[in-house]
Design a protein around this ligand. Structure first.
Ligand code: COA
Ligand code: AMP
Length: 630
């Protein structure tokens, strides 16, 4: 059956469709029903099933005789090491780690924060939590201590598992002092921390709180899988919203297993023994779904890559990895390809490697610009498949499903909705617009299995953020249109979220940091177009009267403050001091107009503007940074 038939099959009987898909998962107790709508518009899937994620990702493959197959390949150009972990070894390592956590009192429902770089132990920590029914929350290494402390206070972990350090090409990231700082700042304190000591930097352990990864596991009884309910949270993953407080997206266990397993064959055309590589980070949703869980659930081999697209050592690294490990499906962010294209515009390094194992290149995380898609298609000679998804959904809302037979590719579009997603484009009043017309993209409820049922400890915020604007729909926060063939085009966010190098960041959170600077009276952060990273944050600062330091000094302090409060990942390097900010008569800052001016795009004078002359001042300020060229 091709895509259209499968989509129609889902439309005709959504519950039957997902019950069939659930058949590919090992349940301790099979669910009797797929959808639970007893609390609509809050929905759950597979509520009365009993299941364990780790069993499905590890144990069952060993039981099926595939213990000797590689489960994880770690390829780390930054440390110059490579190694392979088989499914049998993974089972041994994960059940011992789970046993040690259990011996220290971790049980079903306890939260565990994981703060680790791209090492296999990060996946093992996730799987060990899953084995016990503990709820993990992985925090990306590029976040600063303050961001980590916010997450500690929100999910209140009993334990934190971290590494001593991470390795960026230009520096060692000192995870342990960041962790210590975060715990110091947080009101909630974990019972204990487990530290993976890496040879690149051995951290000081705090007596009575910190335990070393290896000695902590010595002599423990390996733990068995703990069955959990289908709606039990598998993990919490924090993502940027409109305000500084991150949203804790909850991932339900049963739906996660069913949906991810379905996507591995239908979208990525991968199964047992195939090598799957998502060049992302375990700290992002792509890393959760497609570095850790989905490839292992499907019995594939997952590649954990600790390096960058360029500079480790050159723009040929990706192609070397594909050749060496015979990668079948490869997934990365457009920004990574733009970085490679910039260093190797003619794709000469691609020719040094045999990439013929690769059947397709998948892109997500940000809009895939046609230039980059064309370049990749031309030089790699495989279909380049853009697909659109969000932390909230955990898997693609729209894609071109390779495993169901590829649909025609339209460059600039992530193609068509996947089963489970009834995608509509709405105007402000909630009415559907005609094909080709831009609008807010919304998804008819219920969302499919595996998508967020709520936000951690914040049901009202969940309803307010996603369900209230368009009753009966989930509001994606993206704007775009659908064409006459039903292909989607995702053009921009409708909220204060920007996308920098495939990383989702909140301008609201950045404004909160700037507003905390003692000399800043008022500020705005906007995302301006960036040829490499898609968008780049830019601050506009109004200073308090009587500030006696130069604007350049204040800007430099703000840049430092952002790195300290949010982290290097914010990539906040530019700000400019202005006298006033443009506002509507009701006091709303005109951010979108400033973005258009900065990007040199046509813009209209907003009818509601308080004082049009301010926009001339803003234009001059932006021009001083080399922006606002018409
Ligand atoms: N731990 C600590 N710091 C990190 C980090 C991590 N895991 N990841 C990134 N950083 C730091 C970087 O070192 C950099 O710091 P600097 O300001 O001191 O140089 C800063 O965060 C910004 O990083 P980034 O935006 O990634 O820029 P870059 O110049 O280091 O690399 C690219 C540019 C394009 C190569 C890189 O952004 C990339 O590979 N992007 C792909 C992103 C991706 O896979 N996203 C997932 C969605 S699918
Ligand atoms: P994240 O939750 O970090 O995965 O970011 C999700 C957001 O990234 C989406 O809401 C979009 O704004 C953007 N995004 C992700 N994939 C795509 C894509 N293929 N095309 C356009 N935008 C995308």
């Amino acid at each position: 059956m091709g895509y259209s038939d499968i989509y129609a099959k889902w439309q005709a009987d959504p519950e039957g469709f997902w019950m069939d898909a659930a058949g590919a998962i090992d349940w301790v107790q099979r669910p009797t029903r797929a959808l639970n709508d007893s609390r609509a518009p809050l929905y759950e899937w597979f509520t009365d099933g009993m299941v364990n994620t780790c069993w499905n990702a590890v144990d069952r493959h060993v039981l099926a005789g595939r213990g000797a197959q590689p489960a994880i390949i770690h390829d780390s150009p930054v440390t110059g090491t490579k190694h392979v972990i088989t499914y049998a070894e993974l089972l041994d390592r994960v059940s011992r780690l789970a046993g040690a956590l259990k011996a220290k009192g971790i049980t079903k429902g306890d939260r565990v924060i994981i703060y680790m770089p791209m090492v296999p132990e990060a996946l093992e920590a996730m799987l060990a939590c899953a084995r016990l029914g503990a709820i993990h929350s992985v925090v990306f290494g590029g976040f600063a201590a303050a961001e980590l402390s916010v997450r500690i206070d929100d999910c209140k972990p009993k334990a934190i598992i971290a590494a001593s350090c991470g390795i960026e090409p230009s520096r060692v990231v000192h995870y342990k002092p960041l962790l210590d700082g975060a715990i110091e700042m947080a009101t909630h304190k974990p019972d204990f921390c487990v530290i993976l000591q890496r040879e690149q930097e051995v951290a000081n352990l705090i007596d009575g709180r910190d335990l070393a990864w290896h000695s902590f596991q010595y002599g423990v009884e390996p733990a068995d899988c703990v069955p959990v309910e289908g709606n039990h949270p598998a993990y919490i993953l924090y993502t940027s919203g409109t305000t500084g407080a991150p949203k804790g997206v909850v991932r339900p266990t049963g739906g996660h297993l069913v949906a991810l397993n379905w996507t591995m064959r239908a979208i990525y055309n991968c199964g047992v023994g195939d090598v799957f590589w998502a060049a992302s980070d375990v700290g992002w949703v792509v890393g959760h779904s497609y570095i850790c869980y989905a490839p292992l659930i499907a019995g594939s081999t997952t590649l954990v890559f600790e390096g960058k697209p360029v500079g480790t050592p050159d723009a040929g690294t990706f192609w070397r990895v594909i050749e060496e490990h015979k990668v079948k499906s490869f997934f990365t962010a457009p920004t990574a390809l733009r970085a490679i294209k910039r260093d190797d515009p003619e794709g000469l390094l691609i020719k040094d490697y045999d990439t013929s194992s690769m059947q397709a290149l998948f892109l997500a995380g940000e809009r895939a610009d046609p230039d980059t898609v064309d370049w990749a298609g031309r030089h790699l000679n495989v279909p380049v498949i853009d697909h659109w998804w969000q932390t909230e959904t955990g898997f693609a809302i729209a894609a071109n499903p390779l495993g169901l037979g590829l649909m025609p590719i339209k460059v600039g579009s992530p193609s068509v909705p996947m089963p489970g997603f009834d995608v509509r484009v709405l105007d402000e009043g909630g009415h559907e617009v005609s094909p080709g017309t831009l609008g807010a993209i919304a998804i008819k409820l219920p969302l499919p299995p595996g998508t967020l049922p709520t936000l951690w400890n914040a049901e009202d915020r969940f309803k307010k953020s996603y369900l209230s604007h368009f009753p009966g729909y989930y509001e994606t926060g993206d704007a775009g249109y659908v064409d006459a063939d039903g292909y989607l085009y995702i053009m921009a966010r409708t909220d204060d979220v920007i996308n920098v190098a495939g990383h989702r960041l909140s301008t609201g959170a950045m404004e909160e940091v700037l507003a905390g600077h003692k000399d800043v009276a008022e500020c705005a952060v906007i995302g301006v177009a960036d040829a490499l990273k898609g968008q780049s944050p830019l601050g506009l600062l109004c200073l308090n009267k009587g500030v006696d330091r130069t604007p350049a000094d204040v800007v430099a302090e703000c840049v430092r403050l952002m790195r300290e409060k949010i982290g290097p990942v914010a990539d906040f390097k530019r700000a400019v001091v202005v006298d006033r900010l443009p506002k509507t008569r009701s006091g709303k800052i005109l951010r979108a107009t400033m973005v258009n001016i900065a990007d040199g795009k046509p813009w209209k004078m907003p009818a509601t503007i308080d004082d049009p002359a301010i926009l001339d001042e803003i234009t001059i300020a932006l021009q001083s940074l080399g922006l606002a060229k018409s």
